[in-house]
Design a protein around this ligand. Structure first.
Ligand SMILES: [Zn+2]
Length: 359
């Protein structure tokens, strides 16, 4: 008796609120009429809006009059749109990710605090106590965010890996890196490369709750200024253990803090030109940055990976207008453009997620 009653009750309820509420569906708003917009706004949550494309999700049950202003997106459309917005992961139906909800979480104050802290050391020259302290502090931060920490040392020079295994495809790795050491013993470079380290830490913070399909690996390298020591050692080690092929994308951030024209240089070798254009395309979608692609990599940690055929990119401040205090004592935190550094963070966060969702 009871089962039949509760069944009827549910059916009644269902009929009462209408079959219109489908919480996980995506809809395109197909009206811009002020009256319609006013009517539907209380029922929807915006997922993305640019130009005529307005994608929403239902917050609660909506009357048919509201539904008449919405068009359900098909699975294919969702996949088609994912580049700019959304994706549906078959194995984790409930898991929907919006790249923009992550890029929007970038906090410039965090980047500034970390740059100022890293630049406040006497030096971060490799082998110094301060260098070790800066690395240990970063390790504690990343561990606190839930990443698995590992120190990779070559002789006395230790670099840091912070990783979270992928839930679906742990054998594929996306790696973000930047060097923590500074050149010379008289100062601790703010732009080179406290800026890259600080952006890496902010990316790790923003992505700490992201449900990654592939493995995400943050690599704070050391000894870059004395011959790419940490990155060369790690690339060689991965080669020896046949793990290089697991790496699907490397993004290196070196000097991402000084700029006035909003231009980021994307550097790689000619065989990865298409990858550089893919990143430039993401920049146009998710940041205010303009891009310049340079083919012919040199002078930083992406090189040991490129030389071993790994798809690697460098994102660096526009070199034509680079920091006039490059490798000098005047490379201080007061000259850093944190808005710009924040846009670099957004760019590389969008790249991690887009690459992660790439089939
Ligand atoms: Zn550097």
């Amino acid at each position: 008796m009871n089962n039949l009653f509760s069944l009827l009750l549910c059916a009644g309820l269902f009929l009462m609120v209408g079959s219109s509420y489908r919480g996980n569906d995506l809809f395109q708003v197909i009206s811009s009429h002020p009256h319609d917009v006013e009517e539907l706004s209380p029922y929807v949550e915006t997922v993305h809006q640019s130009g005529r494309l307005w994608i929403v999700q239902l917050k609660k049950n909506a009357p048919d009059s509201v539904l008449s202003h919405l068009r359900t997106l098909s699975g294919r459309e969702k996949n088609y749109l994912y580049e700019g917005l959304y994706v549906t992961n078959k194995s984790r139906k409930a898991n929907r990710v919006s790249i923009q909800s992550f890029t929007r979480a970038v906090d410039l104050q965090n980047i500034q605090t970390d740059v100022e802290e890293l630049a406040a050391y006497e030096t971060r020259y490799v082998g110094t106590l301060e260098n070790q302290q800066a690395l240990e502090k970063s390790a504690a931060r990343l561990q606190g965010m839930g990443y698995k920490i590992q120190e990779i040392c070559y002789r006395e020079i230790c670099s840091l890996i912070a990783e979270r295994k992928g839930l679906v495809n742990p054998e594929s790795v996306i790696m973000i890196m930047g060097h923590i050491d500074s050149v010379g013993e008289a100062f601790a470079g703010a732009d080179d490369n406290a800026s890259g380290t600080a952006v890496l830490l902010e990316m790790a913070r923003v992505l700490k709750d992201y449900q990654n399909q592939k493995t995400i690996r943050f690599f704070i390298t050391n000894g870059e200024e004395v011959g790419l020591v940490g990155s060369t050692h790690y690339a060689r080690r991965l080669q020896d253990t046949q793990e290089l092929k697991k790496i699907k994308l490397v993004i290196n951030m070196d000097m991402v803090g000084y700029n006035s024209n909003g231009l980021v240089e994307i550097e790689t070798n000619p065989e990865f030109d298409e990858l550089a254009r893919w990143l430039a395309d993401l920049a146009s979608k998710f940041t205010s940055l303009k891009t310049k692609i340079t083919l012919g990599a040199w002078g930083s940690d992406h090189l040991p990976f490129l030389n071993r055929g790994v798809p690697a990119l460098l994102t660096i401040e526009d070199w034509d207008t680079k920091n006039p205090c490059y490798h000098q004592e005047c490379d201080t935190a007061d000259k850093i453009n944190y808005e710009y550094a924040g846009e670099i963070a957004k760019l590389n966060i969008s790249a991690v997620i887009a690459k992660d969702l790439d089939q």
